[in-house]
Write a protein that binds this ligand. Sequence first.
Ligand code: ATP
Length: 500
Amino acid sequence: MEDKKLINSKEVEFRDVSYTVIEKQNFYKVTGTRDILKNVSGIFRNGELSAIMGPSGAGKSSLLNAISKYRTSGVQGHMKIDRKSSCYIVQEDQHQPLLTVEELMNLAYDLKVKDRKSKEQSVSEILHHLNLNHQRNSTADQLSGGERKRLSIAVELVANPKILFLDEPTTGLDEVTAAQCIRLLKLLASEGRTIVCTIHQPSATIFNYFDNIYVLAKGICVYQGAPSAILPFLNQMNLFCPTHYSPSDFIIELCDFSCGEVIPTLSEVVQNGKLYCVDVSESQIQLKNVVTSMVLETKKSRAAQLGTKRSNNSLLETMKSFSKLMSTEGEISLGRQFIVLLRMMMIKIYRSKIPFAIQLFHHLFCGFGFGCIFYNSNNQAERMFDHLKFCVGCILVIVYTQVMTPILSYSMEVKLVKKEYFNRWYSLTAYYMALTVSRIPLQIFFNIIFLSLVYYLAGLPPQLWRFCLFSLAGLMVSFAAEGFGLAIGATFSMVVSIST
Ligand SMILES: Nc1ncnc2c1ncn2[C@@H]1O[C@H](COP(=O)(O)OP(=O)(O)OP(=O)(O)O)[C@@H](O)[C@H]1O
């Protein structure tokens, strides 16, 4: 009966998962590979708060990333998880800047939920539930660490996900706030969700809030089961916790400092996560096999389906899979995503007073300086080389300005976009379209200021049609340069975020 309950209620199951990274001496030279996770298995059940514990560098975040499918390259093994109803909350609490808590909640709701009737009520309920109601009008930067963490959870809760993955939710929080955060997660789990978080070394109070503990050491599982069963389990292995130690400190110390056979022996006993420790009585435990072949079967049937599909392979199928890649699987249409994102970006631009002032000063300064260099030179036909220098110079100023702006600003946004895209807030197509369109008005405004100044100071003919042609050429260069800037900014920040 107990076994049946365990098997039926599991929400996340993984079997023989390994994660290998390529080690490089420098950007080009590969020195070898390193196994971060070594064929670990386990389950995280519905209605439970589970913790992945272990010393620093044990592979906790790697395991969370692998089973949530946040990271797929280098990961092998079988995983059963409903991606559509899961979300991942990263360690750094990143939120759209310049938006208030209420606006962030509304943004998440508009992008994730189709039914708009109950928006106000749902948002209020979640904010109330997470004790953020009094901060409705504050921006994310004005919140405390604990409030920011609660906001990260709140924005994901609007779509009522069944599975929540959190990477180190207590990092940077004091003991009391960390305990509050874990209590909140326990409450959310008790409502029927599967909550899995990584945690480095929880205090005794926090440790006892968890329903399930998964301990990793050097990429292998050394314990999986109820927190209360951990000491009886270790006692059976002749490892006795000193009286003044908390169980969590003891197992972390064992994993961190023990040498020789302790870690492989513990891992062998729990079959690298396939067995689950249940506390039967005060000093007795039972090891139950909970990881089934179900994940393998799911994988096989998927593979079989794919095989059938591939046999009918056609251009249409390829196109469909490509468009799936480009869009989220949510129900919100691309058009609505675009409108919601565009509105959000316009609000952000409107509120960015200092960047606006800097850009205005930059364009005025460059326009004036550049105009002075070529003062009244363009109405003299014999100064042909000066005309050429003027054109090349104009192009260089526009290109440099427009390339640098997205390179500097976009790299900070990439991690946020990666998180929101992974959590199915929007498709990349809608995001890119909104980003491009939202920048057009200011881009035209600033470029016209620069172009008007240089046009006038350089003594070009005061004819409207000539000025329009000159401006059009400048704007086209500016749009092309901005595209390059976005590509460079996204590529380099992707490289940085992938390698971190
Ligand atoms: N992409 C990668 N390339 C190279 N090494 C990596 C990569 N990802 C993880 N590692 C290494 O794998 C090990 C485990 O990393 P992981 O972040 O999973 O540890 P952790 O248990 O979460 O540690 P911490 O508690 O300190 O965050 C570390 O030694 C880390 O340097």
